[in-house]
Write a protein that binds this ligand. Structure first.
Ligand code: MG
Length: 383
């Protein structure tokens, strides 16, 4: 008996089925209705399919490496700011809060959230842009597509299949993040919730990190509508706080306020569209949305972040340096394949040299990429 026919017989699985029938809304993705996996697997005694997906992601090498990958700021800018891993955990935390309040499948939400950034190469978007150029003739490089490549193919953890053999719902959810892999209709609410949580998390923590690193000052934010509105809300409870205390209170309020707004809007949209099943979610427009005033203010916040943080001279310097390193390494490995680890060398014939080098570079952490660059190009400078 396999997972895709899990709604009968097995007692433990029946416990999961019953538990979800009790806790989840009719428009949530129930484990009993999963389309299963590409390589069918026997039911697990006590874990549902999406719990297994989450566990497989957590135990993957690509997930562990997120600890040493840049979000926006590099390690040279201190230890306070987020890494891809802590960003991922914040997204999972916010998405689960939304999911529980909406009575969605939290295991599926967590699996989707933990995998959503797993395809990021080293050095954040600078790394992605560089690999995209290097691989232009091979179809480019996109971190969302790379996440699918990792979980379907590059992780090798099981003897009987490549990749992590995740449930089709997790793969389809990640595919909605890839422009040319989207299918018709709206994705599951679990997928929509993760997208919304990603946006809440990065907007808020990029402001926090930029303040801490010193790229922006608190007074600049007073003119940003989303910040000033959150600050006014904080002032209703705390009239006299200032400086760091005010900053922390506003950051907290930004998340709390946006999550509450998403919950209100989404609950209203679910009832106004009469959504009572997964099929109805698919036929409806996207239901997990911020209210118009908050959506507009978020866009203004993003414009501010682009101008003052993502395009800050220090961040641009880091980008240039990282792009140079990755380009040099890409060229070197492409002509000297013997420098690649044996496992990657063995894949060159089947996958092509460029794609294989892209996979290898894409998997590197920032730190390993810097070490590897020094090994290849400055062998006598190492101490
Ligand atoms: Mg993200």
């Amino acid at each position: 008996m396999t997972e895709s026919s899990s709604n009968a017989q097995s007692t433990v699985s029946q416990l999961i089925v019953d538990r979800e029938a009790c806790l989840l809304a009719p428009y949530a993705m129930h484990s009993a209705d999963t389309s299963g996996r590409r390589y069918p697997e026997a039911l697990h005694r006590y874990r549902g399919p999406f719990q297994r997906d989450r566990d497989r992601i957590i135990h993957s090498a690509a997930y562990r490496r997120l600890a040493h990958k840049t979000q926006v700021f590099t390690g040279e800018m201190g230890d306070y700011h987020r890494t891809r891993l802590t960003h991922t955990q914040e997204v999972a935390s916010i998405a689960r809060s939304l999911g529980r309040a909406l009575r969605l499948n939290e295991d599926l939400i967590e699996a989707l959230a933990l995998a959503h950034d797993i395809g990021h190469p080293p050095f954040g978007h600078a790394g992605q842009d560089t690999l995209d150029k290097c691989l232009a003739e091979e179809g480019g490089f996109n971190h969302n597509r790379q996440a699918l490549r990792i979980v379907e193919y590059l992780e090798t953890r099981y003897p009987n299949f490549p990749g992590l053999n995740l449930s089709r719902e997790v793969l389809a959810g990640q595919a909605t993040r890839v422009r040319d892999a989207r299918r018709g209709g709206s994705p599951l609410l679990e997928v929509q919730v993760v997208d919304a949580a990603d946006s809440v998390a990065y907007n808020t923590h990029d402001v926090d990190d930029a303040l801490e690193v010193g790229l922006i000052e608190l007074r600049q934010l007073f003119k940003v509508p989303l910040w000033s509105a959150a600050q006014r809300r904080v002032r209703k409870s705390y009239q006299d706080i200032a400086g760091d205390e005010l900053k922390r209170a506003v950051l907290h309020e930004l998340i709390e306020w946006q999550v509450s707004d998403l919950l209100e809007q989404t609950s209203r949209a679910i009832s106004s569209h009469g959504v009572d099943s997964v099929a109805a979610v698919n036929k409806s427009p996207r239901l997990v949305r911020a209210s118009s005033p908050i959506a507009e203010q978020k866009r203004e916040m993003e414009t501010f972040l682009h101008a003052h943080v993502y395009r800050h001279p220090l961040v641009l310097d880091m980008r240039r340096e990282a792009q140079g390193y990755l380009c040099e390494m890409f060229e070197r490995y492409s002509v000297e394949m013997r420098l690649l680890p044996a496992w990657f060398q063995s894949r060159c014939a089947r996958e092509g040299v460029a794609r294989t080098v892209g996979d290898y570079l894409g998997g590197m952490t920032d730190r390993f990429a810097l070490q590897e660059h020094a090994r290849l190009f400055k062998p006598f400078n190492r101490h």
